[in-house]
Design a protein around this ligand. Structure first.
Ligand SMILES: Cc1cc2nc3c(=O)[nH]c(=O)nc-3n(C[C@H](O)[C@H](O)[C@H](O)COP(=O)(O)OP(=O)(O)OC[C@H]3O[C@@H](n4cnc5c(N)ncnc54)[C@H](O)[C@@H]3O)c2cc1C
Length: 320
């Protein structure tokens, strides 16, 4: 069996988890394996949706002690589920949570692990993964030698393909507790906040924005396009009040939206590592020699403070 750890938000399965589930369905069909969707938490309402995306069985581990994500608690629960179901492969989305928990599960199971994969196949009953290396400059094909294989899938790469299945529900016992760390409280920025790792349209600003207050023009453009705002590390580190959760790149988030608009970003390799998987890249930079133009689908050489408001105007006009 292939097991997919599914994350939920507001009672719905997160899109990167659905993508992992659809890819796992494709692999399971090719290898003649079953597919399980695994849900961990205090309340797994919404898990039923997994049946629409190919889950033969929906596996739930519910306990009040699992209400908030904790590395130790979730890694224990997921590893227990893999063993209980005799799963040979475990997939999770390469979200903050998936990237944190999946290697811990792999370590507990003595399993091979591939992170942030952009392609998967099944070779002689074992996973084979394609993943970007050298900050996205090359792709490596990774094979596994362990009986159990664990991988995280990069969001916005694998297609969503509904595939209704029975989705029989099974409940497994929760771990006894005694976790090393317990989450007492989660402080969020507020409702409606979209994780940039899941966004379809990203407008990102760099040092060329000159000040945090100027990000308002990016918010406006993102709003007109139905997207969210991200930032380079230089912008986040500049003390402009931008949270690290906005940072895109090697030490930030890896994003792969349909549209990425880079404003005042030079295109350093560490930034490119986080956004080179974007389908269409638009770069706005006043320096025609900026490295970002080598990567861009469309380049606009100009002052972003003139170009961005014009784009917003055009986007709003199209939206009418
Ligand atoms: C270990 C390590 C990890 C790192 N991780 C990351 C990471 O995760 N993410 C990341 O982004 N960086 C990361 N960096 C930093 C990276 O090397 C660059 O320093 C950073 O990406 C530069 O950010 P920037 O493009 O915003 O700034 P700059 O390189 O300073 O570029 C600013 C650009 O704005 C343009 N510009 C200025 N004014 C205007 C204007 N009015 N209109 C149009 N264009 C204008 C300039 O021409 C310039 O190209 C890392 C570095 C290291 C060493």
């Amino acid at each position: 069996m292939i097991l997919v750890f599914c994350e939920t938000k507001d009672g719905k399965i997160r899109k990167p988890s659905l993508e992992a589930l659809c890819e796992a369905r494709r692999l399971a069909d090719g290898a003649g394996k079953g597919l399980g969707a695994l849900f961990v938490g205090a309340d797994t309402t919404g898990a039923g949706e997994a049946a629409q995306y190919g889950a033969d069985v929906i596996v739930k581990i519910e306990a009040p002690s699992l209400a908030a994500y904790s590395s130790d608690g979730y890694a224990t629960a997921i590893a227990d589920a893999v063993k209980a179901k005799g799963a040979t492969a475990l997939l999770a989305a390469a979200t903050s949570c998936g990237r944190d928990v999946a290697p811990r599960v792999a370590a507990r199971l003595g399993a091979g692990y591939a992170s942030d994969v952009t392609g998967l196949s099944m070779v002689e009953g074992r996973l084979q993964a394609v993943r970007p290396v050298y900050a996205g400059k090359a792709f490596a094909t990774t094979g596994f030698e362990t009986p159990v294989q664990v991988a995280t899938t990069r969001p916005n790469i694998f297609a969503l393909a509904p595939c209704p299945k029975a989705g029989a529900v099974e409940t497994l016992p929760a771990p006894a507790g005694g976790f090393l760390a317990v989450v007492k409280e989660i402080l969020t920025k507020g409702a409606g906040h979209v994780d940039i790792a899941e966004a379809d349209v990203i407008v990102a600003g760099g040092r060329g924005m000159k000040d945090g207050a100027n990000f308002g023009i990016l918010e406006e453009l993102a709003g007109a396009l139905g997207g969210v705002v991200g930032a380079s590390r230089a912008a986040v580190d500049a003390g402009w009040g931008l949270p690290h959760s906005m940072q895109i790149g090697q030490t930030g988030k890896v994003v792969s939206p349909t549209l990425y608009i880079a404003c005042g970003i030079s295109g350093a390799i560490q930034h490119v590592a986080g956004m080179s998987g974007s389908k269409v890249i638009v770069a706005i930079n006043k320096d025609p020699e900026a490295p970002i133009f080598k990567l861009a689908t469309y380049g606009i050489v100009g002052d972003l403070f003139e170009v961005v408001p014009e784009l917003t105007k055009a986007a709003k006009a199209l939206g009418k």
